[in-house]
Design a protein around this ligand. Structure first.
Ligand SMILES: Cc1ncc(C[n+]2csc(CCOP(=O)(O)OP(=O)(O)O)c2C)c(N)n1
Length: 621
């Protein structure tokens, strides 16, 4: 660190920085972020966009008394720097190192551990009520991006915020982008405000604002004057919010610290909820990120000069396999349509979007809506595929159960990033989906062992008349077991090795681990059978009956224990009088921190060697 930034070592130190130094401070922060993230990887573009915004917030707020709530939290790097966590960037997102998201255990200026979208307004409303009840005086600010504002929860929060009597400030950080271009009615509304209004300083009253608006035709003015209400709608930016009883200020230049400082102070003085609309540029100050904010939303290590990634290109990921297979199937079956909740790139739907724009739907960061919307499409005769990360599908549990499964609609859930995901940590691990999906009546839940099986499972789903989920992990697709490819038959597993004293029942990514563990055990003279479970629900009961014959049964899955495949099997075995040993190899019932998938697998005993040792010990006991 050098110069101005060096003088900021703890929260509130920024207040000692002179106004004339803000520009220098912003430049140093950007240099720091680009330098560090180019080595560790992380969320870059969003952070570069909020440098001045975070400076202004830190000038206005007194930490830890005042409360600042980030939405998603991927844009909290500048906040971490300004609260004295510069050192932590050496180990950003690495095992045992600093998190890439707000973390309560890191600082009392991080109020919520976050990672999922659209929660900040609701959380801030709760803080406001808590302040009212306890008679506090602190300022409460929530920051939400225009992308996060597409999520339903944000509207539930706004609805509630419109009733608040004491002050809440919502900063809408509008950079026109979600991860991809933002979508939907609200995005186009914000676009209209941006294009029809120059930045305003502060809107004290209607007249003031009106005077600043460039010539409006005289006829229009006459019309407008007839009704105060229609006048409000036509010319005051942010009328949508105003009508919800939320004072709107903006749009404000999100790269002008002084302007934001004044606006934030004014907003904090008002009663009730005030929304300050701040316009920022994603990737600001680093050409590569400004020109390609999608790529620099979340990046691995890269070369600063060229912006090129330094990570080895992964051969073929499960997402790639899903993407190409769906494209083929969509060519054959005209009723196949695809849905994403703001993640066309990440889920592999970009090609589908290009090829079949009319059959592709990006609904914004709205997983609940996506599922109910899929139910509607299915009711209308289509076969929707909702491609979504395991962690984000958590939100839509009730829509899956109530809107899709009770109706037995043929909706396909392509559950990507299932299992350990890695560096994003607790909020992003996909280790609960087997628990929250496999008990829903009538929902078929599958997991492929390799690339080819993912293809045939998708084909199977297209011809299957009910709801079905396929879960597959992040990263490179397994290309082993190409000779094992029995046709996928509903509710039937695949035996890979039959002979043995013990049998390993493995789910998806853990089939390869089970196979390797079996080979290691064989070297120790322990013969081991291996089953590729394929169907977690309905589970193959014939297979379980056969498993009763083995001295030991072990299940392997990248899911937490509770509600997982292993627990289900243990229950079944107990009910059927199994007398042998049972081992449940899975993740513990706890939140899994950040780190590389390999480190985390090692930490939780999911590596083949560790599995073999554990099974051998159990056999010998
Ligand atoms: C429920 C949920 N779905 C999807 C995501 C993945 N995601 C992370 S950031 C992001 C875009 C957020 O856009 P915005 O709020 O405008 O912030 P920006 O990055 O543009 O600053 C998305 C879709 C998420 N975090 N949570």
């Amino acid at each position: 660190m050098a110069g101005v930034l060096e003088r900021i070592r703890k929260p509130n130190d920024i207040k000692n920085i002179r106004e004339t130094e803000y520009g220098q401070l912003a430049a140093e922060i950007r240099e720091f972020l680009i330098g560090h993230v180019s080595r560790t990887g992380g969320h870059l573009a969003s952070n570069l966009g909020v440098v001045e915004l975070t400076i202004a917030l830190h000038l206005v707020l007194d930490f830890p008394k005042d409360k600042l709530v980030w939405d998603v939290g991927h844009q909290c790097y500048v906040h971490k720097l300004l609260t004295g966590r510069g050192e932590g960037f050496q180990t950003l997102r690495q095992y045992g190192g600093m998190s890439g998201f707000p973390k309560r255990r890191e600082s009392n200026t991080d109020l919520f551990d976050t990672g999922h979208s659209s929660t900040s307004i609701s959380e801030a409303c709760g803080l406001v009520k808590a302040r009212e009840l306890s008679g506090g005086k602190e300022k409460i600010f929530a920051v939400i991006g225009d992308g996060a504002l597409t999520g339903g929860l944000a509207y539930e929060g706004l609805n509630n915020a419109g009733q608040l009597k004491s002050n809440l400030v919502i900063i809408l950080n509008d950079n026109k982008m979600s991860i991809s271009e933002n979508v939907g009615g609200m995005a186009s509304y914000l676009g209209k405000i941006r294009t029809s209004n120059k930045y305003v300083d502060l809107k004290d009253d209607v007249t003031n604002t009106l005077e600043k608006i460039p010539k409006i035709g005289t006829k229009l003015v006459r019309q407008i004057r007839r009704s105060k209400e229609s006048l409000k709608k036509l010319v005051i930016p942010g009328g949508y919010f105003e009508e919800m009883n939320i004072t709107y200020i903006g749009p404000i230049d999100g790269h002008n610290v002084n302007q934001m400082y004044e606006a934030f102070l004014a907003a904090a003085r008002k009663n009730g909820t005030v929304l300050v609309h701040v316009i920022t540029k994603k990737g600001k100050g680093y050409d590569c990120a400004e020109h390609n904010p999608k790529q620099f939303h979340g990046v691995g290590a890269f070369d600063i000069e060229t912006g090129k990634s330094l990570s080895k290109k992964q051969e073929q990921t499960y997402t790639d396999v899903f993407s190409s297979t769906l494209l083929e199937l969509a060519g054959k079956y005209r009723n196949v349509v695809a849905i994403t909740a703001a993640m066309p790139g990440g889920t592999g739907l970009s090609l589908f979007q290009e090829r079949y724009p009319k059959r592709f739907f990006d609904v914004g960061i709205a997983e609940e809506h996506a599922v109910s919307f899929a139910a509607g499409l299915a009711a209308g005769g289509f076969h929707p595929v909702f491609a979504v990360y395991s962690t984000f599908l958590q939100r839509a549990y009730d829509q899956i159960l109530h809107d899709v499964c009770i109706n037995q609609f043929p909706v396909i859930f392509a559950v990507d990033r299932a299992g350990i995901v890695g560096n994003d940590g607790e909020t992003h691990q996909g280790v609960y989906d087997l628990s929250y999906l496999s008990h829903i009546p009538g929902l078929t839940v599958m997991a492929p062992k390799n690339e080819w099986e993912l293809r045939v499972m998708l084909e199977f789903c297209i011809s299957y008349p009910g709801p079905a989920a396929i879960r597959y992990p992040r990263g490179m697709a397994c290309r082993k077991f190409e000779t094992f490819l029995e046709p996928v038959v509903f509710g039937v597993c695949e035996w890979l090795l039959k002979e043995g004293e013990l049998v390993l029942l493995a789910v998806g990514s853990m089939v390869e681990t089970a196979w390797q563990a079996a080979k290691l055990l064989e070297q120790e003279g322990i013969k081991t059978a291996v089953v590729n479970v394929r169907f977690i629900s309905p589970v193959d009961e014939k297979m379980l009956e056969q498993a009763l014959r083995y001295q030991m049964v072990a299940t392997l899955e990248e899911n937490v224990r509770r509600g997982g495949f292993g627990e289900h099997v243990a229950c079944w075995l107990a009910e059927h009088g199994y007398k042998g040993d049972f081992v449940d190899i899975c993740l513990p019932d706890q939140f899994i921190e950040h780190g590389s998938p390999d480190q985390l697998k090692n930490a939780y005993g999911l590596e083949a060697k560790q599995v073999a040792v554990r099974l051998k010990e159990k056999m010998q006991n």
